[in-house]
Write a protein that binds this ligand. Sequence first.
Ligand code: FE
Length: 352
Amino acid sequence: MPVPLPALIASTLLLANLGAPLTAQAQQPVLNLYSARHYSTDEALYANFTKATGIRIQRVDADDAGILARLQTEGASSPADVVLLVDAARLWRAQIDGLFLPVKSAALDAAIPTHLRAKAETDGRTAWFGFSTRARVVVYDKAKVKPEDVDTYEELADPKNKGRLCTRSGSHPYNLSLFGSMVEHIGPEKTEAWLKGMVNNMARTPKGGDTDQVKAVASGECGVAITNTYYLARMMRSNKPEDKALMEKVGVMFPNQSSWGTHVNIAGGAVARHAKNTAAAVKFLEYLASPEAQQYFANGNNEWPVVKGLKFDNPALKAMGGDTFKAEVIPTSVVGMNQVKVQQMLDRVGFK
Ligand code: FE
């Protein structure tokens, strides 16, 4: 049946007047991003990608474990195109569980060092890419603790530091990865004894995040704590007088400089196994390796960029002595595989 002319005109008008913006938005390509990056400053990073490509980002925020669980549950019907995680062992776990779609990108291969990306079983493809790194360092109360008493991870378990140690939960990915790296460096028996020694040295039951530990050191409640570098840098660059005052009280130590180096973790990303928009997903990952995005990781969130030769000038990273330091070099898979073992050790020694 032919549509009456007035009705046709009316609907065309409606489209032209009201429908157009909606249609344009519907046609704008969308990238579904599952992100464990919990940094408010990342907004600018995503906005710049949309500005440059016209691809809108729809984001789901959760922690690493939450994202992995969600991807497992959703299976083939998952809307996720890109996954960003903030821990090397979780990236490894997701790869092993088949949650990533290995891809080939000449740009990413050229930009990211081999040890910071994961070769897939599939010929010439990569399962995930590291885009930034962060060191897990020691902070101490400058008034009470001598730097030479905390310049190795091993000393955190030494009786000389009894009653001083504060940390977030041992089961948090940042700690599981640090402890998993210890298994690689000193073996499982010594690692378990080390964990037990740390439990004996604790000033309080593990609680809070890394920033809470730094604050507890500054307030005198704890003598020594462990934290990721970007939390420290954030406070060092803060304009708030209370943050500045806090940072004046704590010393920062990059442990194990005369042995295997300070433990470094990776934040990275991958294309989701059931991505509907693979091309846009790869484009987004390539954007994260661009000088612009890498600068952002360095200056916006105080992480070390992974792209070699990139000049960046972050006063906080420099001030804490972290512009040139010795970082440990161990395969990510090793840290990942050791985590089950480490969790059992934590349970045995009562590390909460
Ligand atoms: Fe964090």
